[in-house]
Every structure is written in structure tokens, then in C-alpha cells.
Design a protein around this ligand. Sequence first.
Ligand code: MG
Length: 271
Amino acid sequence: MKLGIDVSAFAQKFSPAQYYMNLPSLAPAETVALFLDFDGTLVEIVEHPDLVAIDESTKEALSIVSGCLSSALAIVTGREIEVIDKFLAPLKLPVAGIHGLMRRDADGRIPQPPEKLAHFVDTVAERLKSFSQSEAGLVLEIKASSVALHYRARPELERLCLEVCEAAIVDFSDVELKRGKMVFEIKPDIANKGTAILDYMKEAPFTGRTPWFAGDDVTDEDAFKVVNELGGVTIKVGPGDTVAKYRVANTAEFVKWLAESADKLGSKERT
Ligand SMILES: [Mg+2]
């Protein structure tokens, strides 16, 4: 008899040592510092980055969990801080944006990015602009401290996009060219999601707690390494190689776990 599930394909995708259907509980609340990626972790990835939508129930879960953790919940993302604020409004959480190059702490303070970053971004953006405009479907995203070339609508241009990005940074040293999901992102190599978490862990209300981090993409691996070294809990959302200790199948499964965590933490607070 043939079973309906292809077990060998499943085993190839998820190594058994890493795949857990049930993540541990976010408890006790006073010991947890929770760091979350945004795209692909809290919201599904869609064709254009502006078109993502966050469920009201996810926002509510974030708000409850943040309250129960005494505000030790931060978003750690490739996007700009203001963009995350727009998606999460009226909720305003600590956010590390642009892979750790910008960071707003729990008191709402944002240090200014250094001047050389602005020069770097202007130069690289200028070099990529005519190419991105010459091909329909490419989106050039210019952030405060990095430049991203999205090719989700033109996957056949991947190789050409990579070559053009490499050419745009050929005379810069200490530059990182990162491959995300249907996007190449270029940024100076002075911070990453891991350094952002280390910075938060030095400050109230995060300091002294155990860090947890969930993310879905290659840029989240820096954060997984840091959190593993600190003895924390690391959760990979979806398939792909990772150093994370736990894995959930997809965004929907992670968001469900977050909502359940909010329920458990919230009911404990009420009793
Ligand atoms: Mg992501």
C-alpha cells in the first residue's frame, strides 16, 4: 500500500534532529527577551514588499506578549524602522532596522547613522537606478543605510541582477552583498541582525533575560548564531539550511504559536 505522504522528500527538507512540531513555551515571562524577524516570519512574503499585510490578530498577539514580557520584545528586520511602525500601528515596538544598521531602543531613542553610510547608499543607488528602470518588474528599494534590488516579478533576471550589483560595489571595501528571497541587498559590513540583538541584550528591559529569535531567511543566520551562543532559543521559519535549534513549517504555523503564547501568557496575568 502506498502512503499519501512522501516521507523521503520530507526527511530531505527537514532533518529530523531539527524539526519540532511543538516549540517550547514562552515562559516564565520574566526570563524571556523575544526578537522577531518581520517578512516571512510574522507576515507572508508577497510579490512587492509594500503589499504585505499583517493580520489584526497577529498585532494583538504581539501587543499582549510585549506587555507580558515587560516590553522585552523587539522586531529585527531588513526593513526601515518607520516602515515597520506603519505596518504595526498603533503598536510601537523597539525595532532594529536594515539588518542592524539602525536601531530604536525600548525608550524610543534612535542613534543617527554615520555620514559615510549616506554617501555609500547614494553612490550605489545611483549606479543601480538606470538598470532597474530598464527592466519592467524590477524594484529598487533605497533605504537609509542599504540598497535592495528586488526581482520577484522577473526571476529569470537573477544572474544579471547579481552581476549588476557586483559591478556597483566593485570599488567599495567592507561591503556585504546578501542574497535574500528574490532580492539582492547591498550594505556596508558594520552591523547585522546578530550585533543588533547583542546591543539590545546590554539594555533594559532585555538585559539578564534569555534571548529568543525567530526568522526565515539567510540574513537571520547571524542572529541565530549569536542567540545560540547566549544559550537562547532559535526558531527557523520554513525550509532551508540553518543553525537554528527549532523549526516551524511556515509563517502561518509560527503566527499560530505566537497567538497561543499570547493566550497562555495573558491568561496567567489575569489570574
Ligand atoms: Mg524574513
